[in-house]
Ligand binder design. Structure first.
Ligand code: SF4
Length: 140
């Protein structure tokens, strides 16, 4: 897969740009509705994708050789689905032909998050745990 093809796999859901917490007892990953400071909540895209590592040193760059190790990735992540041999959903742009399909179908975090710059402390983060479509606990 070429670099451009690899990039095209991303569905633009934005869930990997959310702050997540890990349950101490179960190790379960709990997503919040709080996004990375570099994320643009209105578009559900990184505001400086080419330079994201410079702004956010612990941003994880997805690579074909490491995707198997990233067990915290959202259940609906297209890279995860491909790695697990599962089909891409019909709202994925490689199937629908439009990058807006995921937003129109309600499977992204577009317009539904707040910046980490506005949320202070772990207590506040705990109150923002959110069950997103397709993630554990979701009853869609
Ligand atoms: S979770 Fe996966 S598909 Fe969604 S934005 Fe992140 S890398 Fe792309």
């Amino acid at each position: 897969m070429s670099p451009a093809e690899w990039e095209s796999v991303c569905d633009g859901c934005g869930k990997c740009c959310l702050i997540s917490l890990q349950d101490e007892d179960t190790d379960e990953i709990l997503l919040t509705d709080v996004h990375c400071k570099l994320f643009d909540g209105a578009t559900a895209l990184c505001s400086d994708y080419p330079n994201r590592k410079r702004h956010v040193p612990d941003c994880v760059i997805l690579k074909p050789e490491t995707v198997a190790e990233l067990t915290w990735m959202p259940q609906t992540c297209a890279y995860r689905l491909l790695h697990e041999g599962k089909p891409l959903p019909e709202w994925h742009h490689l199937r629908s032909g439009s990058v807006q399909s995921i937003h129109e179908a309600g499977w992204s975090v577009q317009g539904a998050t707040v910046s980490e710059l506005t949320v202070g402390g772990e207590e506040a983060l705990l109150k923002r745990i959110t069950v997103w479509p397709g993630e554990p606990g979701w009853e869609g």
